[in-house]
Structure formats: C-alpha cells, structure tokens
Design a protein around this ligand. Structure first.
Ligand SMILES: C[S@@+](CC[C@H](N)C(=O)[O-])C[C@H]1O[C@@H](n2cnc3c(N)ncnc32)[C@H](O)[C@@H]1O
Length: 379
C-alpha cells in the first residue's frame, strides 16, 4: 500500500488489486459523497510543512505520515523533530506511550514564542504537562518551572528527565493532588517573579477527530478543574491550549462557556488560533490559545515569522514555511519500524532548522535567521 502512494498522494492511489476491507469501506463512503479523507494513507510532500503530527503517526492509514521518499511511516525521532523537540530530548516509555507524548505536545518552539509574548519571564506551574512540550518552550524563554502534574507516570518521567524534576503524578481531580499543587503555587507566588499557570487539558473529548464531542464527556470536566485551580492559586496569568475542534463543539457553546469560566477568575482574557507553520515549525498544526492576565489587558499573539507559499497578502513578505525536507534530510535512511536514534547523521546540518534540532543554535538564534533555511555549505 505504502509503495503505491506517491509524494503528496493518498489512499486514492492504492490500486484495488491490493485487498483491504478498510480501503473498500473508504471507497464506498467516498462514492456516497461522505468526505474524501484526503490525508489518509497520505505521503508527505518534501517541500511543504507536515500535516498535524497526531498521536497515531505510526499508522499509515490515519493521516499523512508516510515519509516523502522512503516506504515507511515517520519514525519517533522524525515526528519529534516535526514537533520541534530537539534531538537531545529523550522520550521514555513504550513506542505507543512515546507516540502519544509526541502527538499530544505543544511544539516547544511555539511555546517559546508564546512565552516571549507574555512579558518578563517568571515561574510556572505546568498542569496536564505531558512530556513537557509547553514546559520546555517556556524554559527556553528563561521561565522557571515550579511543578508539573500529569496523570501518567511515564509522561512525567520524560518531563523529569528533560525539563524539571519536581513532578506530581495523579489526577488533578483528586483532592490530595489538587492540594499539593496549591501548596506549590503558594511558594511560587512568594517568589517575586510573575507567576503563571500553563495547561492544555485533554482534548479528545473536544476534538473533531473523535466522535464524543459532548459536554458530557468526563475529560471535558478537567477544564473546570483548571478554572478551580486558577481561582485558588491566584496566579498573575494563565495559558490554556486546545484543539480547534473546541471552537465549534456544541455550536460554539462549549468555548463560550470556557471563556466565561476563565474570565470569571481573570479580568482580561484573549484568544487566538496559532498555526505552527507560521512560527518556523515544519508542521501545519492549529491550536486555540487562551491567555489571561491579572494586570495586563493588552496581550497580542506572537508575530508570525514564516508563511506558506504563495503567501496571502498580509504575510507576503515573510520567508517561506519550513518544509519536511528542511527538517529531516540529515537523518539516516531507515527500514520500517526502525527508530534510528542510535544512528549518526548523514551530513552536517543542511538547514538552520537542523542546526537548531542538533543544539547548535538556541531557539532565539534559530528564529533570528528563520528566513534562511538552507545552509550554504550543505551542497
Ligand atoms: C494535550 S496533553 C498536554 C501536552 C503538554 N502540554 C505538552 O505540551 O507536552 C494533555 C495531558 O493531560 C493529561 N491528563 C489527562 N487526565 C488528567 C487528569 N485527570 N489529571 C492530570 N492530567 C491529566 C494527559 O495524560 C496528557 O498528558
């Protein structure tokens, strides 16, 4: 199946001589006019950013995850790069747990640009922290992590290994965990620097990709736990991150309810939809961000630094978005299922992005030169 899909192609390129119940069903539903599922069994285009790196990028049939020139899906390391996790970031756990940590994360480079947009660096409590995509980006921007909480011990071991070792395992819905987090918040408040809370509560219940987009989904209640935490911890500000499916859930009523709840604890809140490809990240990942601050009424989203080509007039002057090839073409050839983390690079960094991923450039240095993707010496 994978071999028959050309660069930029999808399930429609797979001949019906290859038996597959799933493809038969897809063809039938397509013929009934029920959507084209144009990314399914998709092969990436080398010159464009990737589609959203979801938690199931290791399966070809659920999105556009086939390597642009090798007959296999993305490796864990490649997917992590497309999410802007540097090569030195060590993910712990099973393959499935690692895919989930990668797919769930806020790209650290996006988090970095959000952190920079908030004003002076402060201290932060990282709720629903996962592996620490958001936390790492804030750390890059000079912020200090205080405590991270997640219900999954494995994700927190990744967090502790790469971001900060004060982690608390358990559900925020448990009174004991909630209390411990509040105690940590109290210390953070007395630090003197701005104190913020970060968190992207689980999104499956909100996602348009799932079919449980209901206010009754218990996972959605975690957003209210987040509000309750802000009420009690009284930080200077918060960042809430989620999938864009949240915006049209229950015809917009869920997002309206969330905005109302958050604004009841923070006088000024602003929402924005951020597209990762506009922030020098090789991926078209869109996320809703809600920022609230106690003393500032003027938060503006970070300014885009790259744009898809051809660019809309507003962004016509920006350098082109970082492509999949810009991100990956110094990595070794792999056979299907091989991760390749232990293999050496095939060349010196060919692009600024690769230099950033290898730790040769900081986030700030990389962003200063994000317009010049290919390096002259790369051949
Ligand atoms: C969208 S992910 C967050 C990703 C993270 N912000 C990052 O950038 O890497 C949501 C996280 O919430 C965690 N979670 C789910 N239920 C929870 C609960 N009841 N209490 C605390 N964390 C929970 C999940 O394990 C998952 O890691």
């Amino acid at each position: 199946m994978v071999k028959s899909v050309p660069e930029g192609g999808n399930w429609k390129d797979i001949p019906d001589t290859i038996p597959s119940k799933r493809l038969e069903q897809m063809r039938e539903s397509f013929n009934r006019g029920e959507g084209s599922r144009s990314t399914y069994y998709g092969r990436l285009r080398r010159c464009d950013p990737a589609y959203t790196i979801s938690t199931y990028f290791s399966r070809p049939g659920n999105g556009c995850h086939i390597h642009y020139e090798q007959d296999r899906v993305l490796s864990l390391r490649e997917a992590a790069r497309l999410q802007s996790f540097p090569d030195s970031f060590v993910f712990l756990g099973s393959q499935t747990a690692i895919s989930t940590q990668i797919g769930n994360a806020v790209p650290p480079l996006l988090a970095y640009q959000i952190a920079e947009s908030l004003g002076p660096a402060g201290v932060f409590v990282d709720l629903f922290s996962g592996a620490g995509g958001m936390g790492l980006g804030f750390k890059w921007a000079g912020w200090t992590p205080v405590i991270a909480n997640d219900v999954h011990a494995t994700y927190l071991s990744t967090y502790a290994r790469n971001v900060h070792d004060n982690v608390l395992i358990g559900s925020i819905a448990s009174a004991e965990v909630f209390e411990k987090l509040l105690n940590a918040a109290q210390c953070a408040r007395s630090d003197g620097r701005p104190f913020w809370v970060l968190g992207g509560p689980p999104c499956q219940g909100f996602s348009t990709a799932g079919n449980q987009r209901s206010m009754e989904d218990p996972r959605n209640h975690l957003a209210w736990d987040y509000v309750r935490f802000l009420e009690n911890a009284r930080p200077d500000g918060f960042v809430f991150e989620n999938v864009t499916g949240l915006l049209n859930m229950e015809s917009g009523r869920v997002f309206a309810a969330i905005q109302k709840a958050f604004s009841s604890v923070m006088p000024s809140i602003t929402s924005a939809i951020l597209s990762a490809h506009q922030y020098a990240i090789p991926q078209r990942r869109k996320r809703v961000i809600l920022v609230g601050a106690r003393n500032r009424l003027d938060w503006r989203p970070p300014v885009p630094v790259t744009s898809l080509q051809p660019a809309p007039a507003l962004f016509a002057d920006l350098p082109r978005a970082v492509s999949v090839q810009d991100a990956l073409d110094d990595l070794p050839r792999l056979s299907p299922g091989q991760d390749g983390c232990d293999l050496t690079y095939t060349s010196v960094p060919r692009t600024k992005y690769q230099a950033f991923m290898r730790g040769c450039l900081s986030a700030a240095e990389y962003l200063r030169s994000a317009g010049q993707q290919r390096l002259p010496s790369s051949g």
